[in-house]
Every structure is written in C-alpha cells, then in structure tokens.
Design a protein around this ligand. Structure first.
Ligand SMILES: NC(=O)c1ccc[n+]([C@@H]2O[C@H](COP(=O)([O-])OP(=O)(O)OC[C@H]3O[C@@H](n4cnc5c(N)ncnc54)[C@H](OP(=O)(O)O)[C@@H]3O)[C@@H](O)[C@H]2O)c1
Length: 269
C-alpha cells in the first residue's frame, strides 16, 4: 500500500489528510507528516498519523511526498529534501504559482514532479482538483496520483499553463460561493426565515444546481432557461441580477485572483 508524506501540516495538508483518511484510500499509519514546529503538528496528530520535525524523514518514509508549504519557504524545503529523493519518489506540489520547472531545477535530475491545484472541500471528499505532470512521471505514477486525488474529489489532468485558471476558479472558488450563500441567506432572513432555515435552503439550492450541471453535462444557461417561465418570477430575479452586473462581477473576481497570483509569484522568484 502506498505511503503518503506531507511536508507542511497547515490548512490544506490537514484538509487533504482528513479526506484521504475518510475515503479509506490510506490508513493513518501510512501517512507521514513533518512541519517546522510541534505546534503545527498538533492538529494532524489528532488524525493518528505519524509526525516528525524532520522533512527528510517524511521523504524517506513515503512513496508520494506532498509539499504543502507556502511558496516563500519552497526553495529552502526543496534544498533540504533534495538528497533524499530517489528515482521512485513522486513529489506533489500544492503551491500556487510555483512551476514544475522551478521545482525540477532544485531537485535531482531523476525527480518525478507533479503540480496540483485543489481546494479545501477535499476534506469532505467534494474537492475540485487539477494536476500536471513533469517529464519523469511515468504512467503508473500518474495513475497512483490520479487515484489518490479521485478519492477526495473531481480530478482532472490539465496543461500546466491552465492551473492558474483552475486556482482562480475552483481553488479560491469556495470563498466566492460562501459569500453568495451568505447574501442569499441574508435575503431569506429579510423575508422572515430563520437564519438556519435560510442558510440550509440557499445551500441546498446551490448544491442541487451544481449537481444538475455536473450530472446532466448540460450548459448552465440552458438549465437556467428551464427555471425561467415566460413572464414569471425567476426571470425578474435574473433581470435584477443582470442589471447589478453579477456576471461581470464574478468574472472580475477570477481575474483579480489570477492577477494577485502572478504578483505573488513574482515576489517569490
Ligand atoms: N489553503 C488552501 O485552500 C490551499 C489550496 C490550494 C493550495 N494551497 C497551497 O498549499 C500551500 C500551503 O497552504 P496552507 O493554506 O495550508 O498554508 P499554512 O496553513 O500556512 O500551512 C503551511 C504549513 O507549512 C509549515 N512549514 C513552514 N515552514 C516549513 C518548513 N521549513 N518545513 C516544513 N513545514 C513548514 C507550517 O508550519 P508553521 O505553521 O509551524 O510555520 C504550516 O504547517 C501553499 O503553497 C498554498 O499555495 C492552499
């Protein structure tokens, strides 16, 4: 059975560990996690995984090592783990804006590098994941990584140049939808619903709509048209949303996210 290492035990590492463990794809004894402080390891220790303050220990113990540290500490961590990377180790980076090439340059020439973008919903196995593979990654390595990620969400292979769009869309996406849910919930409260009932109805409507799109494969515009009866109530709501520029606001939000990602990437170079 595959052994998974985590370097970094912060928010995304914790979310991914939780998802992998609840899927049964891996048992706690097969997860090895290291971080730079005992404090940050405490949260993952509760999951029953093996922990250590030594990143080399993580690489030596795992077949797949997931790098879940901030881009700023990436060069330091890569320099530290490079000597322990053998030809069978697969290194998966979760860092936004750090390219496969820049990782590869800091590791031995045989290093197998995968770059992935995922979101926090992996913890409930409803994540959205895209990944790209480096030159040394072979089919069995890719199948392993793909299977692992598939256990925690929708997993699609992508060209590396598209990972930034994935980050702007589904990586940060949960925050956009929480904001919309909060606004809809406020609307329900304004019209007399309790906060709880309002939030649950709004959330279920969002979940149902998303599942309709994913399961039918139909264009969202077509599904929207089906809800809008001629002269009915929904088309008036849609008109109001269009007047407020909701569509452009969502596209602008993704643009802003991508722009900021490029700024941060330049700072980390
Ligand atoms: N959060 C998300 O939704 C998300 C989604 C997709 C991708 N990502 C990417 O995932 C990476 C981590 O993000 P995050 O949100 O999980 O950040 P985070 O919560 O700040 O976690 C970073 C972790 O790295 C540890 N760390 C720092 N220096 C280290 C070192 N030298 N060796 C080992 N561990 C070290 C930190 O420990 P201390 O706290 O003790 O310093 C902490 O446990 C980032 O590159 C981010 O771009 C995040």
């Amino acid at each position: 059975m595959t052994k998974i290492g985590f370097i970094g035990a912060g928010k995304i590492a914790h979310a991914l560990m939780k998802g992998l463990l609840s899927s049964g794809a891996v048992t706690p004894s097969r997860i090895y996690a290291s971080s730079n402080t005992e404090e940050s390891l405490q949260k993952v220790k509760i999951l029953g995984v093996n922990t250590c303050l030594d990143n080399l220990w993580t690489v030596k113990n795992s077949n797949i090592t997931i790098l879940a540290v901030k881009p700023l500490v990436f060069p330091k961590v890569l320099h530290e783990i490079a000597p322990a990377i053998g030809p069978d180790n697969v290194i998966v980076s979760l860092a936004a804006g750090v390219t496969i090439d820049s990782i590869q340059q800091r590791l031995p020439h045989h290093a197998k590098v995968v770059r992935a973008m995922l979101n926090t919903a992996v913890q409930i196995r409803d994540g959205a994941i895209s990944y790209s593979t480096g030159k040394n990654v072979e089919d069995p390595d890719q199948e392993l990584v793909h299977r692992l990620f598939s256990s925690v969400g929708l997993t699609l292979e992508a060209e590396e140049k598209h990972l930034v769009a994935v980050m702007g869309l589904s990586g940060s996406g949960p925050a956009y939808f929480y904001l919309i849910l909060e606004a809809l919930s406020d609307a329900g409260v304004r019209h007399g619903l309790s906060r709880d009932v309002s939030t649950r109805h709004a959330s279920q409507a969002m979940l149902g709509a998303a599942r309709m799109v994913l399961e039918s494969g139909r264009h969202p515009g077509e599904l929207k048209d089906e809800v809008c009866s001629p002269g009915g109530v929904t088309i008036d709501a849609i008109y109001s949303m269009e007047k407020a520029g909701v569509r452009a606001a969502m596209m602008d939000a993704v643009d802003a996210c991508i722009k900021r990602n490029y700024e941060l990437s330049r700072l980390n170079e």
